[in-house]
Design a protein around this ligand. Sequence first.
Ligand SMILES: NC(=O)c1ccc[n+]([C@@H]2O[C@H](COP(=O)([O-])OP(=O)(O)OC[C@H]3O[C@@H](n4cnc5c(N)ncnc54)[C@H](O)[C@@H]3O)[C@@H](O)[C@H]2O)c1
Length: 246
Amino acid sequence: MQTKTAIITGGGSGFGREVALQLAKKGTNISIVDLSKENGEETVRLCKDLGCDAIFIQADVSKVEDVKKYVDQTVATFGKIDLFFNNAGISGSGVRTIECSVEEFNTIVDINLKGVFYGLKFVVSEMLKTGGGVIVNTASLGGLVGIPTLGAYSATKHAVIGLTKAIAGEYGRENIRINAIAPGTNETPMVKAYPKEAIEKMAEAVPMGRLGQPHEVANVVSFLLSDESSYIHGAVISIDGGAVAL
Ligand SMILES: NC(=O)c1ccc[n+]([C@@H]2O[C@H](COP(=O)([O-])OP(=O)(O)OC[C@H]3O[C@@H](n4cnc5c(N)ncnc54)[C@H](O)[C@@H]3O)[C@@H](O)[C@H]2O)c1
């Protein structure tokens, strides 16, 4: 079987790193894209330890020239792009929406929405040249319901779902499969740093009574990026212990 090539944005931490490790175990060539050189290079090291070929590309997904760079560099290194986990994102400082500064609102839009669009723009162009591929965009539970104090975040994640659905309608016949995931709160490094009481309160609000673990999200992303999910297209998959059901 031909070796597949994947690009993972936000691959230096959290979901991105977990997905990288799962794809590495399948022997995938991997481009790790992240702002953080230290974390991105650490993911590359972990992937290589699992026997795959991996490179780190330092890039800011909110800068169109950086996005073109990570796409071009991946194609120059591995020849093509089969899989794309369009995942890098940030949340927000947790204030009521009108108290969010214009600067912070713009930054969240630049990374969470424009960054996802730029990635789709250049990656889909490459996939069209090579006969197709599979894409997973990271939305959020906050893309399906409004999260008070995370207005900009919720707005951009709703927008990621809109982009996913629109583009799925455009490229399915050209063998490009595109889905979105909507994770609930997961114990990534950021959440783990919260006070114990805050974590317990968040867990209580989830029907399953606990927060998610990054590998539980990565399991779904790996499935969506594999041929096992060959007829899932334009879907938004919740991974949230039932939180969206309330
Ligand atoms: N953790 C959760 O509970 C949760 C829930 C729902 C959705 N999400 C979404 O999942 C995605 C990944 O989150 P995570 O929890 O793994 O976070 P994380 O902070 O652990 O990882 C995100 C990575 O993205 C990188 N990054 C941030 N801005 C960037 C930029 N402009 N350019 C390139 N890289 C950048 C960071 O350096 C970091 O390595 C995000 O889109 C987030 O909104 C997370």
